[in-house]
Design a protein around this ligand. Structure first.
Ligand code: NAP
Length: 339
């Protein structure tokens, strides 16, 4: 079976990783690559260093008609939020499956979009239909899905580390998520605050109390109405996210209890690796890979835990998770094209 794939936003950081994975995917044929227009006419092989000499479509300016003209079975949208929100209904009406890497279909509550994303949602009825594609937690609903909302990079790292431990959490507890992202998390940007001279040798928190990933984390924890404090930081490295999560438990807990919950959650998860108690992963464990690695240490006699979770924001936080979701949606093996 060969599945026809088009990539919108193929010249961006996430889209170029998608191009690199999908060009070698044994069940996919990349039939379209689209950008905002600045790179129109660029050869496919220019999208990513690993594509040198690999054939593929020339980059074309983004339009719904041009994408549908490639007769795609699936379109990956690695485009800005508002563009994805507008494009998805038209692409679905054109009969294609959509895997959207933006935040446009991750929240169920349409009233959050003007506040967190700065626009009225143009298709609120679709918010309830999108499968939130945290692959390890939605395998059942991915088969045949027509619209997948690929999770945010910070939420991916935090939810994979926290969801298995929900049975242990103290009533009414506050979950503190202290997360650091490499600069590619902001996409290709020309603003001065993202320039080398501003970032190199510096480290800062940003978006505290306002970041759009906070409601996404709280909603998809699916644990009552959790009190989440999310503090993102801009780390002066190109890629990678390290999240440190502080949890308080209802009762004294042992390392064996925690390890058992993680092992039960991820027994069949090829891209989640949980370390033994006390071994905490670092960015170098995952950058350039489709994995999430998780470690934990118990504190306060087992009443608290620090959990550390690392991913590559452009892979497990974006492109490789999107391909996991593609594989599941089309009935392929989860690791196809990724292992
Ligand atoms: N970066 C991450 O770590 C990450 C992780 C998870 C999810 N995401 C999400 O994935 C999406 C892409 O992020 P990114 O970081 O890869 O962004 P990026 O590097 O800024 O790339 C954006 C892509 O969208 C295209 N584009 C921009 N404006 C457009 C327009 N008006 N019409 C058509 N195409 C347009 C750009 O084309 P040009 O090259 O012509 O400008 C480029 O191909 C975003 O929604 C982001 O929130 C990003």
């Amino acid at each position: 079976m060969t599945i026809r794939v088009s990539i919108a936003g193929a010249t961006g950081y996430s889209g170029s990783e998608l191009a690199a994975i999908l060009a070698r995917h044994p069940s996919a044929e990349v039939v379209g690559a689209f950008s905002g227009g600045s790179s129109a006419g660029a050869p496919f092989a220019s999208l990513h260093p690993s594509l040198r000499g690999v054939p593929g479509p020339v980059v074309a300016p983004f339009s719904i008609d041009a994408i549908l003209a490639t007769k795609p079975d699936v379109v990956f949208l690695a485009t800005p939020n508002e563009l994805s929100a507008e494009a998805v209904p038209a692409l679905l009406a054109g009969g294609t499956t959509v895997i959207d890497l933006s935040g446009s279909f991750r929240l169920r509550d349409a009233s959050l979009y003007p506040v967190k994303y700065g626009f009225e949602h143009p298709a609120p009825a679709l918010l309830g239909e999108a499968v939130y594609g945290l692959t390890e937690w939605c395998n059942g609903s991915l088969a045949g899905a027509k619209l997948v909302a690929n999770p945010g990079c910070y939420p991916t790292s935090i939810l994979l580390a926290t969801r298995p431990l929900r049975p242990l959490l103290a009533e009414g507890t506050t979950i503190v998520c202290d997360a650091k992202s490499g600069v590619s998390g902001a996409g290709k940007r020309a603003e001065a605050e993202y320039s080398f001279t501003e970032l190199a040798g510096n480290f800062k928190a940003y978006g505290v109390g306002t970041h759009r990933h906070e409601p996404e984390i709280a909603a998809w924890l699916e644990h009552g109405e959790p009190n989440v404090i999310f503090v993102p930081h801009l780390l002066p490295v190109p890629r990678g996210i390290l999240s440190t999560i502080y949890l308080n438990f209802e009762e004294e807990t042992t390392a064996e209890d925690v390890a058992w919950l993680f092992a039960s959650a991820y027994a069949d998860a090829p891209f989640v690796h949980v370390h033994p108690a006390g071994r905490l992963p670092s960015l170098k464990d995952v950058v350039g890979t489709p994995r999430c690695e998780i470690g934990f240490t118990l504190l306060a006699g087992g009443r608290s835990a620090v959990v550390v979770s690392v991913i590559d924001n452009l892979l497990k936080g974006a492109a490789s998770q999107a391909v996991q979701n593609f594989n599941r949606a089309f009935g392929l093996g989860e690791t196809e094209g990724l292992a």
